[in-house]
Design a binder for this molecule. Structure first.
Ligand SMILES: NC(=O)c1ccc[n+]([C@@H]2O[C@H](COP(=O)([O-])OP(=O)(O)OC[C@H]3O[C@@H](n4cnc5c(N)ncnc54)[C@H](OP(=O)(O)O)[C@@H]3O)[C@@H](O)[C@H]2O)c1
Length: 282
């Protein structure tokens, strides 16, 4: 099986390439394949059996004022890859996001819940999902959220830095989600594809749930610091250009149906990830 990973220089893409180990993999960074170029996408996909699209415009706030540019990557880029996969017989795994949902629920979003994005980023990612489903029936959509890993800026690294700079750190306690280690998601993606799982939507997030405040406290605890140094606030106190979903907890039923192990509990993954993500020596 010949794999192609797009966005291979990104936080998730780097760990997908690592998870593929000694399998036959072409890893293309943005400099090597710009997914907004349809002809380049077709040429790159040719000769591969599976494409993992980890390329994306991920600047959520900037997308509010640059929706067209975000759409070019997240929707048109996905469409170019989907067309190329359909034309060459490759399967496509499209990475998507919790932001495609309204985020105002109170029980975990199922894989077939209606898409109702509230932000520009969410709209462009939802358009990417629709394009992939319409153009490439042999495809998986894997929605993830609250990612952290060694190869990009993220909340875990930010908390570790702030812990060294400040006595206290104030974090919102009214947004719930599932912190997810890119290493866990990458391994789950490989499992999903290699099990020849039914095509369709999967939620690539950890089990369990917490708030950003709870996540921050857990990070402090893992760093050997007093979690009481994290204080709570509300989303309203921190206005941002893009609205943040209050409830981003995703259900994991389709993994069970496919007979593939979903991702483990978020707190267990956090404990194991700290050395890799923030370079802990103790
Ligand atoms: N991070 C999260 O918490 C989170 C949450 C939900 C979903 N996701 C999804 O997870 C996936 C991976 O995200 P990530 O966290 O790994 O983000 P990331 O580190 O920003 O990786 C995205 C990669 O895509 C590249 N890229 C941007 N435009 C491109 C283009 N036109 N052609 C080819 N590559 C392009 C970026 O390159 P440059 O850096 O050079 O721009 C970057 O290397 C995305 O689909 C994202 O929507 C992430």
């Amino acid at each position: 099986m010949r794999w192609l990973v797009t966005g291979a220089g990104g936080m998730l893409g780097s760990d997908v390439v690592a998870a593929l180990g000694d399998r036959e993999v072409t890893a293309l960074t943005r400099a090597e394949l710009d997914v907004t170029d349809a002809a380049a996408a077709l040429a790159a996909v040719d000769g591969h059996d599976v494409v993992v699209n980890a390329a994306a415009w991920t600047a959520v706030d900037d997308a509010e004022t640059h929706e067209g540019a975000a759409f070019a990557v997240n929707a048109l880029g996905a469409a170019h890859l989907a067309r190329a996969c359909a034309a060459t017989g490759a399967r496509l795994l499209q990475v998507s996001t919790d932001y495609v949902f309204a985020g105002d629920g109170s029980s975990p979003y199922s894989e077939d819940a209606p898409l109702a994005p509230r932000s520009a980023y969410g709209r462009t990612k939802a358009a990417g999902e629709w394009a992939v489903q319409a153009l490439c029936p042999q495809s998986w959509i894997v929605r993830t959220a609250w990612l952290y890993g060694a190869h990009g800026p993220n909340f875990v690294k930010t908390m570790a830095r702030l812990a060294a700079e400040r006595d206290t750190v104030t974090v919102v306690d009214d947004q719930s989600g599932q912190p997810t280690w890119t290493v866990d998601l990458a391994a789950a993606i490989v499992r999903l594809v290699e099990a020849e799982s039914p095509f369709g939507a999967y939620h690539g997030t950890s089990a369990g749930e917490t708030t950003w405040f709870g996540f921050a406290q857990a990070i402090f605890a893992e760093l050997g610091l007093d979690p009481a140094r994290v204080t709570r606030t509300t989303t309203g106190a921190f206005p941002r250009p893009a609205p943040r979903p209050a409830y981003s907890v995703l259900g994991h039923k389709t993994w069970q149906r496919a007979g593939v192990a979903p991702i483990r509990e978020w707190s267990e993954a956090l404990a194991e990830s700290m050395t890799t993500v923030v370079g802990l020596t103790t």
